[in-house]
Design a protein around this ligand. Structure first.
Ligand SMILES: [Zn+2]
Length: 104
């Protein structure tokens, strides 16, 4: 295992491997440094493996808002809780006063 300070070349390689989606173990093997050294170096340079591996999955989820529909009463887009939920929360509160009124 190499010890001591990271050279710029090593650090650049680390960033490339990190962005390549390599795991800590793969990077540590490649750079001949301990996993802990790789993790420390990444942490110090704001390279978070957790953040790197997470967003890909959650990004598609937040960009898509196909569960948002326009309210039947006020036409303002809101997040529907399901197929029966066609009126936004503020209108639903108003509707609650009218017994027997079925939205839609
Ligand atoms: Zn509404």
């Amino acid at each position: 295992m190499a010890k001591g300070k990271w050279t710029n070349a090593e650090y650049n390689r680390l960033v490339v491997l990190f962005n390549d989606g390599k795991s800590v173990d793969e990077i540590s093997y490649e750079l001949k440094r301990s996993s802990q050294a790789v993790l420390n170096k990444c942490t110090r340079n704001s390279l978070s493996f957790r953040d790197r591996d997470k967003p890909k999955y959650e990004r598609g989820k937040s960009e898509k808002s196909d569960d948002e529909i326009p309210c039947l009463r006020c036409r303002i887009d809101f997040k529907s809780e399901g197929i029966f939920n066609r009126v936004c929360p503020s209108c639903a509160r108003l509707n609650a006063g009218y017994v027997g009124v079925v939205p839609g």
